[in-house]
Design a protein. Structure first.
Lengths: 163, 163
DNA sequence: CTTGACCTGTTATGATATTACATACATAGA
DNA sequence: TCTATGTATGTAATATCATAACAGGTCAAG
């Protein structure tokens, strides 16, 4: 169990170095637990995503990897990203065709994403109530939901303040 | 006002010819009202989308158009689709990079999409409660939502029944 | 019947993503 | 230790999705 069960949102001021380091530590625990390998490329991709609370395209990640001596073909990035998403270490933002590090690694969560259209920061919000509401609507139609994508575009607190 | 303010979901049995014809009639009213033109390409694209309650990729639509003598370059399809989305006659399904005809043309609505992973049918569900719940979560973080995308993947009633 | 706005078409290119296959690495069992 | 096996990485080639820029056509207001 962690001492930080509810880390603040990406919008809030925080010690980002600690936030990123903590995420990596958790990622190592998670992967070890699952019996899968957090290889150098995978780990590096997670680190890259953790540098900022933004979503990065696969090709952005790829460029970074290539510059550091990893392979420079798309599958290198896509495979690492897929691995991270599959193990809950990162999320795919459909609206942006991009990826962002999970800010709640190791915690059961079903996030909604809040995407600032001004600064591109992506935060995870609690989506359980929204999902429950949707579940209701769907059930009324006889539809069995398996996976839900909830993404909102708008303005983060900082960008609302700025003119 | 229509005699069918609450058409059934795409999953329900319905007279599809009537459903599609009705949608076109409404589309004509909407565009006339807005002072924009439902030109042949645009109208034809809407008809194509209305043929089934599925999402079609821009290039699928384009192929149909080209076969019918319209232009065969991507912008032809993208522009018509953009027009339809802009005027609420169709929706973009982010998850599929595809488009589907709106089943509630002319009604104020903020839909969630239910996508059957088996038969690919797309239905619109009521998303107002889910949006309200999300609005709550977002407000707590100081985030001002402008647009929300809600898409669920799962099994439609028919495909649940089938083994 | 001209003008201006908008629509359609085309070329070209950019951005995102996957398939297929070859090579290298880790590790468990002989 | 050796080697077989599964898994990971690297590369080439290609598929899929999307937009920019510009030329020509259509239509309706003046």
């Amino acid at each position: 169990m962690s001492a930080h069960p509810h880390p603040g949102p990406a919008f809030a001021q925080h010690n980002h170095a600690h936030c990123a380091h903590d995420a990596l530590t958790r990622a190592e625990a998670i992967t070890k637990e699952a019996g899968v390998r957090l290889t150098p490329v995978r780990r590096r991709v997670l680190e890259i995503l953790l540098e900022e609370h933004k979503a990065l395209g696969a090709y952005d990640v790829l460029a970074r990897l290539a510059a550091e001596g990893f392979g420079n073909q798309p599958p290198v990035a896509y495979r690492a990203l897929e691995f991270l998403v599959e193990h809950g270490l990162a999320h795919r933002i459909q609206r942006l065709n991009a990826f962002t590090a999970c800010t709640h690694i190791g915690q059961a969560h079903a996030p909604a994403f809040l995407i600032c259209r001004s600064c591109a920061t992506v935060a995870e919000a609690e989506a359980a109530p929204a999902r429950a509401a949707l579940e209701q609507s769907a059930a009324a139609l006889g539809f069995a939901i398996e996976r839900t994508t909830i993404e909102a575009l708008g303005l983060c607190p900082a960008c609302r303040g700025a003119t």
